[in-house]
Design a protein around this ligand. Structure first.
Ligand code: PEP
Ligand code: CO
Length: 460
């Protein structure tokens, strides 16, 4: 880390994918073999882009619709994707729950839902400490599968640059599967029942989902009976699922940054959307420098420690031209602080004249350690933060535009509460996350019902 160097602000025309290297950087691993980093990123730099600039621009225009209050953003997936979950089953499972949530939100609100996964590249994690003591031994922390491995041994925790190449290939395989599933039969609206998994179907949320699915199926039959050409309607037979991850490991992002001659802009082709975490958005730091030069939509995490003034400056730095859909402000303030802290942040951004997407991440401000020692979250706190977020936006006259969730399609036991009333004693049954606790499929669907009620009331 070169924290002693003075900050350098380059005029935009002097920006290059690597200008971040001259600035202080946080949350990077200490690579034991820097030559391997150069070799691997060189190789990634020669590989094809993971996503196309045209797709990125389409997401940007979809997000402009969200910013204008005419659509809603659902951004969801793992806290940390694991290489081992890059299987056909793993990808399909996550897609399934995202499609279920999206359909519930669309049905409940009458708004189009822009779907963005925390998927196909969410492999790097910021951590609160660089090392941890396990059984009396100090080890580097796990920084996500793109850097090291979670097992508590010195070998597993040693940062390995080759993992970046593995991350590229896993992201590519995940994307390939997503593209196939979203463009052929699987995402067809006629399959709305089939997305409900067996274990969810029996739960109260699963049964209510069945009712909604039934209404949708009837609506489709009604439309067909009225003579609408449903078979020929593209919108019913496929969906767009965009990808996103935290742009944390800058050598990796830089290697996938490509110039698009058609638009004369640089794009980070590792994902459609990337975000800057709550710990890496220093105004004079490397992460903002990197993000300032790419044309992708950018998410900005907004935690309780940031001042409204700082957020205003971050917005100006990342979006000097005020392009609608460029910025997604993702507040994660905690259930008990959201109504206190969010208004001034909203006012500060409004004062710049920008139309941003306001999204709520009700996960990261509500994490705590349970009595049994599990890092967990309560579904009730998560729902309460979303309700607070809607309340503030109603009062400020802004559009509560999106929801950012950590979830899985599996029947895990990582968050407390929900219809099955998961308690601390249940958490050990299937606690499988590589980092933060995720909502399971049933809890996610319950939350989607709550949020669609809020959305419907907001748009009455
Ligand atoms: C995350 O989204 O997984 C994360 C680490 O969030 P934040 O930067 O908001 O803490
Ligand atoms: Co997380």
């Amino acid at each position: 880390m070169n924290t002693s160097e003075p900050p350098v602000h380059r005029p935009p025309e002097l920006w290059q994918p690597g200008t971040w290297r001259a600035l202080p950087i946080v949350q990077q691993p200490e690579w034991p073999d820097p030559a391997a980093v150069t070799r691997v990123t060189g190789e990634i730099g020669r590989l094809p882009p993971l996503v196309r600039s045209g797709e990125i621009r389409r997401l940007q225009s979809d997000l402009a619709e969200v910013a204008a209050g005419r659509a809603f953003l659902l951004q969801a997936g793992d806290c940390a994707e694991q290489f081992s979950s890059c299987t056909e089953y793993g990808v399909r499972n996550k897609l399934q729950v995202i499609l279920q949530l999206a359909i519930l939100l669309t049905y409940g609100s009458g708004l189009p839902v822009v779907k963005v996964g925390r998927i196909a590249g969410q492999f790097g994690k910021p951590r609160s400490q660089a090392t941890e003591i396990v059984a009396g031994v100090e080890l580097p922390v796990y920084r996500g599968d793109i850097v090291n491995s979670p097992e508590a041994t010195p070998e597993a925790r040693r940062p390995d640059a080759e993992r970046m190449l593995q991350a590229y290939h896993r992201a590519s395989a995940t994307l390939n599967t997503l593209r196939a599933l979203t463009k052929e039969g699987f995402a067809d609206l006629a399959r709305v029942h089939a997305w409900n998994q067996e274990f969810v179907r029996a739960s109260p949320a699963g049964r209510t989902y069945e009712d909604v699915a039934e209404s949708i199926t009837w609506a489709l039959r009604f439309m067909a009976a009225c003579g609408f050409d449903l078979a020929g309607s593209q919108a019913l037979h496929g969906v767009d699922l965009f990808t996103s991850h935290e742009a944390l490991l800058l050598p990796f992002e830089e290697a996938l940054t490509r110039f698009d001659a058609g638009t004369g802009a640089w794009f980070d082709t590792s994902a459609h959307m990337v975000w800057v975490g709550d710990r890496t958005r220093q105004l004079d730091g490397a992460h903002l420098e990197y993000l300032s030069g790419i044309a992708n939509p950018i998410g900005i995490k907004v935690g309780p420690s940031v001042s409204p003034e700082e957020i205003r400056k971050v917005c100006e730095r990342l979006d000097p031209a005020g392009v609608p859909g460029r910025l997604v402000l993702i507040s994660r303030l905690g259930a008990n602080r959201v109504t206190e802290l969010l208004p001034r942040i909203v006012q500060a951004v409004k004062s710049t004249g920008r139309t941003v997407v306001w999204a709520c991440d009700p996960m990261h401000g509500n994490t705590f350690l349970s009595e049994n020692g599990y890092k967990t979250r309560r579904l009730s706190d998560i729902a309460a933060e979303v309700a607070g977020f809607f309340q503030v936006h109603r009062e400020e006259g802004t559009h509560p535009g999106g929801l950012h969730l950590e979830l899985t399609g599996e029947d895990v036991t990582e968050c407390l509460g929900g219809a099955h009333e998961l308690s601390d004693d249940h958490l050990g049954t299937r606690y499988e996350t590589a980092c933060d606790p995720r909502l399971n499929a049933g809890q996610s669907i319950e939350l989607a019902f709550t949020v669609s009620d809020l959305l419907r009331a907001h748009h009455k």
